[in-house]
Ligand binder design. Structure first.
Ligand SMILES: [Mn+2]
Length: 302
């Protein structure tokens, strides 16, 4: 009989698929040597239309096993960077504010270990704690908030800490640039007009995309992505799909430009509701997480 007590990495002597992002072997998934740490946040209790974003993190991690480690665009092996996948946070379903605090503490923990920290949602309320933790570490931070919606409601459905208020809560503390917006409430439009908060509506019209957006950002940037910013043709599996959205290359060209001209110091990718659309959408979401890590890494190198 083998002694499993002394064998903390007991695996059978056959190939296995590790249940972490990119299905990395232990040496590439270890926190100590990883460039990035990913925190799954499986919440959707503040979702207003189609729920199911709680299944997003698991679907993204499962789909990521099919991604190639080598990134053709950048010419780097993303797995070589080292990516640690944390255990999923336990949802606090009693109080969205407490959940935001829980995310903030978790992000601060991994940032304190020197890791590029990414949150995998879950609904977009996960961005609040993540962005605010990053702001405490980088007081000159600005937030690039990519979303079909403005998320500027002071409160919605009885909470000020839900996904409809995420940009509003963050913008109370640091500059926010909204990108991709194509639907909003009158109160949100009035708030934009009275505060002058930067919004790039979609499509971006005559503006110099993406440079005009990059020019709005401070040297260190937190990137928050609600996947509904993408057009439903490429991303239908979201709680609130909105036609007329960004295409994959619009989004990745923007993010690459930000990484080259600024420093990406944290991010979230939220709102995948995998049961609401094609399985291909989970793969797209996983690839976006992968691209954000890769862009942040090459940005640091240049
Ligand atoms: Mn949205």
């Amino acid at each position: 009989m083998r002694d499993l007590e002394s064998d903390h990495r007991a695996v059978p002597p056959v190939p296995v698929t590790p249940a972490n992002f990119l299905a990395l072997p232990p040496e590439q998934a270890a926190l100590s040597s990883a460039f990035a740490a990913l925190i799954p946040v499986p919440i959707d209790s503040t979702t207003s239309f189609r729920s199911g974003a709680r299944y997003g993190p698991a679907a993204i991690i499962a789909a990521s096993a099919a991604l190639e480690d080598y990134d053709l665009e950048l010419g780097i092996d993303v797995a070589e960077l080292g990516i640690h996948t944390a255990d999923p946070l336990e949802p606090h379903v009693g109080d969205p504010e407490q959940m935001a605090l829980r995310v903030k503490l978790a992000v601060d923990y991994y940032q304190g270990a020197g890791k590029l920290t990414g949150v995998i949602g879950g609904d977009h309320s996960a961005a609040i704690g993540s962005a605010l933790a990053t702001l405490e570490r980088h007081p000159d931070l600005s937030v690039l908030y990519i979303d079909a919606h403005a998320d500027l409601r002071d409160a919605y459905q009885g909470t000020a800490w839900g996904h409809g208020s995420a940009a509003r809560r963050i913008a109370e503390h640091c500059p926010v640039s909204l990108v991709g917006v194509r639907t909003l409430a009158l109160d949100e439009k009035k708030h934009i007009d009275s505060t002058g908060i930067a919004v790039t509506y979609w499509p971006p019209g005559e503006s110099d995309f993406p440079q005009d957006i990059i020019d709005q950002l401070s040297p260190r940037v937190y990137v928050s992505v609600d996947l509904d910013a993408l057009d439903p043709a490429e991303m239908a599996a979201v709680g609130t799909p909105e036609p007329g959205g960004m295409r994959w290359l619009d989004l990745t060209n923007l993010l690459r430009g930000v990484a080259e001209q600024r420093e990406i110091v944290g991010f979230d990718v939220c709102e995948l509701a995998p049961n609401e659309g094609p399985a291909a959408n989970s793969y797209t979401a996983a690839k976006l997480v992968y691209k954000l890590i890769a862009y942040a890494a090459i940005g640091k190198a240049c």
